[in-house]
Design a protein around this ligand. Structure first.
Ligand code: APR
Length: 320
């Protein structure tokens, strides 16, 4: 059986890390695309020289030509600019919207059958715009945010409870940004919900509130430390988990920015919700009953995403 093909649009920090992970896991042959000449070629060459040591048999190619993404099974998009200290994800909108247009057209012309995962920020708006520009079916275009946000939440919770991260599950809804909604009732240690753990004396409401706040600002905390860019190891890991779910038809239940047409009372918008990812792409949006607080928080998050779409439509008339 021929190997799968993974195309990475954007060969920066996340793109390079994605390429390394995809190759190490032998998910398929990797094509790294970037507008900057030399960078994708150099990274592909460097990474291909890991192969004898790590023992992976996949081909890596760097390119500046969209024709090379033809036949890709999965495309992961990180093209655009990243945050610097003092910037919000929304500050990236104008520049990255133009990038999404070029990328969407490149995908439409060369790899319209791919499963596309968008990582470029501001995520919920960029994934929506990328879908519009590419014209792909909604279930084949998805945004990576919830896997990362819940990974951040899980790592902080595991630290708090002094248990393995493997035993902590977390549930995060809403937009990727300060309005994201970590749902504490559905977050557990080995199935025991956090409110029960508080009653058991494992933590306090105040501590959990602090962790929720830290999760919401998790990306900004890293930007402030790095000073020259934003997080890339965990975003890449999260993107790969979604790609693997599709390529291996795993039917993973993952929080992703998915297109909603009526679910949670939301229409024509990409928002973070739990979905099933398998060979059909986003095979199902899981709609759960939310308590009043989560509902209200989700509404705030949805409004923030809507505002960004209004801004996108103002910048590019073809989206209106
Ligand atoms: N087409 C392809 N690649 C592009 C384009 C374009 N039109 N415009 C810019 N790029 C490339 C840049 O040349 C750069 O190599 O995108 C890459 C982005 O890499 P980094 O600046 O290292 O950013 P990274 O940390 O990888 O983050 C990428 O993901 O999480 C988000 O907020 C983050 O929007 C940012 C994106």
């Amino acid at each position: 059986m021929a190997r799968k093909k993974i195309a990475l649009i954007g060969a920066g920090n996340i793109g390079g890390t994605l390429a390394h992970l995809a190759a190490s896991k032998e998910l398929g042959d990797v094509v790294l695309f970037d507008v900057v000449e030399g960078v994708p070629q150099g990274k592909a060459l460097d990474l291909s020289q890991c192969a004898p040591v790590e023992g992976f048999d996949v081909a890596l190619k760097g390119t500046n030509d969209y024709a090379d993404i033809a036949g890709a099974d999965v495309i992961i998009v990180t093209a655009g600019i990243a945050r610097k200290p003092g910037m919000s994800r929304d500050d990236l909108l104008g520049i990255n919207l133009k990038v999404m247009k070029a990328v969407g057209e490149g995908i439409k012309a060369n790899a319209p059958d791919a499963f596309v995962i968008c990582i470029t920020n501001p995520l919920d708006a960029m994934v929506w715009a990328l879908r519009e520009f590419s014209g792909l079916p909604h279930n084949k275009v998805v945004g990576m945010a919830g896997v990362l946000d819940s990974a951040r939440f899980r790592s902080f919770l595991a630290e708090e409870f002094k248990v393995s991260v493997q035993d902590v599950t977390a549930f995060v809804l809403g937009g990727h940004g300060d309005t994201m909604v970590p749902v504490v009732e559905y977050s557990t240690v080995a199935g025991i919900p956090i409110p029960d753990l508080i009653k058991m004396g494992w933590s306090t409401q105040e501590r959990i509130d602090e962790i929720v706040k830290r999760t919401r600002g998790g990306g900004g905390e890293i930007v402030a430390l790095l000073k020259t860019g934003s997080a890339f190891y965990a975003p890449a890991t999260a993107g790969i988990e979604m790609a693997e779910a599709y390529l291996k038809d795993k039917k993973r239940v993952l929080p992703c920015a998915a297109y909603l047409s009526g679910e949670y009372g939301v229409n024509d918008l990409y928002v973070g919700v739990p979905v099933i990812i398998g060979a059909g792409g986003v095979e199902k949006v899981i709609e759960i009953a939310l308590n009043d607080e989560a509902k209200a928080n989700l509404a705030v998050s949805v409004d923030a995403v809507k505002e960004l779409l209004v801004a996108c439509k103002g910048i590019d008339e073809s989206l209106a």
